[in-house]
Design a protein. Structure first.
Lengths: 112, 111
């Protein structure tokens, strides 16, 4: 099976940089995805890493180390609108990688 | 506009009264899924479908049914709802690529 661990909550101030970690245990690995969800809203896709290294998309970056079964989401120049929950996710090898398994999410609180 | 739609958005019902939550996507995606989201438990997959007439159980399928008769539609059926099915439900779809698109959610309360 698959399991993912994330911190339950992270706090930061506007303009700062924050890192949200995700460690995973999988029997096979296909890639690590990140989703953002604002309160009352639907999850939206942020990034995907299949290979080791850093992927940058604007203020957001995502990193993967397959040897450490570890990844993180880096948010720079934090804004109030970044207050949301962030989920990492992997594909389940037992279903031919068709099923997406989510972590329990990290709630990010950005204060002025 | 590319989107996933769900109906209804909010529903209050009573135990045992059959209900259906509809889901439709206009992106010609092959893969569709249903999730439920509960506090502290994150998103858990109920059922998924890889194409028309191809469906499989997710992590929490008990008490739910699905069908995939057309590519664009993937309804979720609760034959006899119970209070432990009170939750926030999301439908999602994706193409062969990684980006999964979620519907706006259906908030269900079973009394």
């Amino acid at each position: 099976g698959q399991s993912l661990e994330q911190p339950s909550e992270v706090t930061a101030v506007e303009g700062a940089i924050v890192q949200i970690n995700c460690t995973y245990q999988t029997s096979g690995f296909y890639g690590l995805s990140w989703y953002q969800q604002h309160d009352g809203g639907a999850p939206t896709f942020l990034s995907y890493n299949a290979l080791d290294g850093l992927e940058e998309t604007g203020r957001f970056s995502s990193f993967l180390s397959r040897s450490d079964s570890y990844g993180y989401l880096l948010l720079q120049e934090l804004q109030m609108k970044d207050s949301a929950s962030y989920f990492c996710a992997v594909r389940d090898q037992n279903t031919g990688f068709q099923k997406l398994v989510f972590g329990t999410g990290t709630r990010l609180l950005v204060s002025p | 506009e590319a989107q996933v739609t769900q109906n209804p958005r909010y529903l209050i019902t009573v135990t045992g009264k059959k209900l259906t939550v509809t889901c439709s996507q206009n992106m010609n995606h092959e893969y569709m899924s249903w999730y439920r989201q509960d506090p502290g438990l994150g998103l858990r997959q109920i059922y998924y479908s890889m194409n028309v007439e191809v469906t499989d159980k997710g992590d929490v399928p008990e008490g739910y049914k699905v069908s995939r008769k057309e590519k664009r539609n993937f309804p979720l059926i609760l034959e006899s709802p119970s209070p432990n099915q009170t939750s926030l439900y999301f439908c999602a779809s994706r193409s062969g690529k990684e980006t999964q698109y979620f519907g706006p959610g259906t908030r269900l309360l079973v009394l």
